[in-house]
Design a protein around this ligand. Structure first.
Ligand code: ADP
Length: 484
């Protein structure tokens, strides 16, 4: 916060940002627009071809009919020069928008519907071939016309070929028709593409709606509203994603909560001894002519409080150090029974003060590969707890045992016990069953957390069995040889 203005840290995403709209549009073009254009091109081409083919077949049939008529009328021999046949030829040329030329056996043009080549000769390849009995049909794609040659037989029983009917007709009409159809189809196509694009935009919009909704909620979370319900309805995928993110957020929330709790616990724990010291010091200063004995007593209390503060700080530092992933373990061969004996010797004065009996039961001698300092801390915590949460005239029994793989340290007490429902939680940092009693006894609330951490560092296990009012038994099982 600066000048009352909250500064947000905006994290920019790396790389280019491609919207989902782009691949969707690309897919649409790939599978919608391109096939549509190709399809119409192919269809129009096929239609144009079939129209031309049909026209050519039709013209050929008509030519054949005309040729037969000419045969019957003896046209080339001049039997029917009354003009009926000529006008029929002219009519046909007009119908097909073309030109008909009739060539006689001398290759001379006897009839030309354009009236420009009569009496001239036409010795084209098609005509020659036609005289040999081969009809021909040719299409010129570039100039849009076709030419056909049909033989005209004579009407004698011998049926010789006495002439050739050559027709050239334009397909321009078909082309114009096809172009008109193509223009209409193109217009329809453009309309379809436009509709398709609009539909795609709408679809993408609808498809992306749940994502936008999720993003909005995530932004709220990022802005600090960790309680936002980010479950998003919609497709299966988005529901799964929002669930997964939701789970992550609730984990983060838990971490955040436990961090807050931890910080407030730490502050509270650190403040308590300081408050006591302040009260003790203030009351000393408030008194006049204090006897030396009272001074000494007050100073002893102050010293105890300082010790307590120191213990909390030590515990915290120990835990934080061990929580690091690269926490070190200093292994050495340690005589476990001797280690336990030293711990009990150190704690005996406290036990005596509380009238608790300390018993050591060593079933067999054990030497193991352990971190002496850390293990000592772990066992001390268990024995201290067993003394603290005990009743007057109670006992604490520490048993050391081993098999071929593990050694076992059992710390049993005749104390107040731990309710069943709390047993899983007491290993958490600062978790206490009876908060008042724990503080009063000088507990930092970190002892069991440290013990568990140490055991896990040694690849061991810790087990608790307890009954409220009857006592508790903590058992450590640790490998004799450290497993890397
Ligand atoms: P503390 O410093 O409060 O003792 P610990 O982490 O060592 O913290 O223990 C956590 C809590 O577990 C204690 O506050 C206490 O309520 C409970 N507890 C631990 N050991 C025993 C025991 N031997 N008997 C009964 N309760 C116990």
């Amino acid at each position: 916060m600066e000048n009352g203005i909250k500064r947000w840290h905006i994290f920019r995403l790396p790389g280019s940002l491609v919207s989902l709209k782009i691949p969707v549009a690309a897919l649409l073009v790939l599978f919608g627009v391109i096939p549509m254009i190709l399809c119409t091109q192919v269809l129009i081409g096929a239609l144009r071809q079939s129209q031309t083919d049909a026209r050519m077949v039709e013209v050929q049939n008509q030519c054949q009919i005309l040729s037969s008529k000419m045969t019957r009328a003896g046209y080339l021999r001049g039997d029917a020069r009354d003009g009926t046949m000529d006008s029929e030829i002219q009519a046909m040329a007009d119908v097909y928008n073309g030109r008909i030329v009739v060539v006689n056996r001398d290759f001379r043009i006897v009839q030309d519907t354009f009236h420009i080549a009569e009496r001239r000769f036409l010795v084209a390849e098609e005509v020659v071939r036609c005289f040999q009995g081969e009809s021909s049909s040719k299409y010129n794609k570039e100039k849009h016309y076709f030419a056909q040659a049909v033989p005209i037989y004579d009407n004698t029983p011998v049926k010789g070929i006495e002439g050739v009917l050559v027709i050239t007709a334009s397909t321009e009409g078909i082309m114009t028709l096809m172009d008109a159809v193509y223009d209409k189809v193109l217009f329809m196509q453009l309309l379809m593409i436009l509709i398709l694009l609009l539909a795609a935009a709408a679809v993408v919009n609808i498809l992306l709606r749940p994502f936008r909704e999720l993003q909005k909620k995530l932004n709220q979370v990022a802005a600090g509203a960790l309680d936002t319900d980010i479950r998003t309805k919609g497709y299966k995928e988005i529901r799964e994603i929002s669930h997964a993110v939701g789970n992550t957020i609730s984990k983060l929330r838990e971490v955040d909560q436990s961090r807050q709790e931890f910080v407030s616990n730490v502050s509270h724990e650190l403040k308590t001894p300081i408050t006591s010291i302040r009260v003790l010091a203030d009351s000393l200063m408030g008194m006049e002519e204090v006897p030396v004995q009272l001074y000494r007593e007050f100073m002893e209390d102050i010293s105890d409080e300082i010790d307590r503060e120191g213990k909390i700080i030590d515990d915290l530092l120990a835990l934080v150090k061990m929580d690091k992933s690269e926490a070190e373990i200093n292994l050495s061969q340690v005589d476990i029974v001797t280690l336990v004996k030293q711990i009990l010797k150190r704690l005996r004065p406290i036990a005596n003060r509380r009238k608790v009996e300390l018993i050591l039961e060593s079933i067999r001698g054990v030497t193991a590969d352990v971190d002496e300092m850390k293990l000592s801390l772990a066992i001390s915590n268990l024995v201290e707890n067993a003394i603290k949460y005990n009743s007057a005239d109670g006992w604490v029994r520490v048993t050391v045992d081993a098999d071929h793989k593990f050694f076992y340290i059992k710390v049993a007490d005749s104390g107040i016990g731990i309710p069943e429902e709390e047993q899983d939680r007491i290993f958490e940092r600062f978790y206490r069953v009876d908060k008042a009693r724990s503080r009063q006894t000088g507990g930092s609330g970190l002892g069991l957390a440290i013990t568990r951490r140490v055991v896990l560092m040694h690849k061991g296990a810790i087990r608790l069995s307890s009954k409220e009012g009857e006592g508790s038994t903590f058992t450590l099982r640790i490998p004799l040889n450290y497993i890397a």
